[in-house]
Ligand binder design. Structure first.
Ligand code: PGA
Length: 249
């Protein structure tokens, strides 16, 4: 039997509000089959359609995630969305630290730690992204860079109990949206390094490890050969239902 992976569809800003709803409605019956074949199928639309799609997915096995949240609880923070709001509209997962958000918002480790803290308090499962730049890759400083990026998780969870899984998504920046996928040996070596760093955390068994960056129907079979990988974060390819289907099944 095929291993059941976690599949996270990161829709970024590919769809408008109406397009996202139309995509969901057009594919909702078939999505059930994909969800059944997965450990979990989690769709992350942009903020505008989240609340509406949360209503549509209420009795569906398809789960919903947000693409970011504020490091603040509430207050004068124009344009931001709190973890509490996400919970109230029925969101159970949230991507944090995606490289596109890190670039746009210049998130620091302190801010990322605050975001994680708020999500955990709301029982929202974090999908925490890490990844090295092309320069770091070429200068063999990947592990050092990732170790730094893992600090917020390490500081928060070193001694703390959590009752839900916690996802760490390895997404090399040079593989995101480029058509260039990381080689299996590289992913395996990164996974081993990340696990070594995180293994002293009290709840190490709650960590799940994902790969993201040019996951497509053409790259997935090679990626699925990697042992100890729990799932995939899929950007562009997840917006095409037939592509998504080929990735999952
Ligand atoms: P991609 O994006 O699949 O389009 O490369 C992945 C991501 O940014 O999560």
């Amino acid at each position: 039997m095929q291993k059941a992976y976690y599949y996270i569809a990161n829709w970024k800003m590919y769809f408008s509000y109406l397009q996202a709803i139309a995509w969901y409605n057009d594919n909702k019956n078939q999505l059930q089959q994909l969800a059944d074949a997965s450990a979990a199928l989690i769709i992350c639309p942009s903020y505008d359609s989240l609340a509406y799609i949360a209503q549509l997915t209420k009795s569906s096995p398809v789960l919903l995630g947000a693409q970011n949240c504020s490091e603040h609880l509430q207050g004068a923070f124009t344009g931001q969305i709190s973890a509490q709001s996400l919970k109230e509209i029925g969101i159970n997962y949230c991507i944090i630290g995606h490289s596109e958000v890190r670039t746009a918002c210049q998130d620091t480790n302190k801010q990322l730690k605050q975001k994680l803290q708020h999500l955990i308090e709301q029982n929202i499962i974090p999908l925490f992204c890490i990844g090295e730049s092309l320069e770091e890759y070429h200068t063999s400083t990947t592990h050092r860079s990732l170790e730094k990026q893992l600090e917020p998780i390490f500081e928060l969870l070193n001694n703390r109990s959590i009752s839900t899984p916690f996802f760490i998504a390895y997404e090399p920046l040079w593989a995101i949206g480029t058509g260039v996928v990381a080689h299996n040996e590289h992913i395996i070596s990164v996974l081993a390094a990340v696990k070594k760093i995180m293994k002293t955390c009290k709840e190490f068994h709650q960590f799940r490890f994902l790969y993201g960056g040019t996951v497509t129907s053409g790259t997935i079979s090679e990626l699925k050969k990697i042992e100890n990988l729990d799932g995939f974060l899929i950007g562009k390819a997840s917006t095409d239902f037939q592509e998504l289907k080929k990735i999952v099944l």
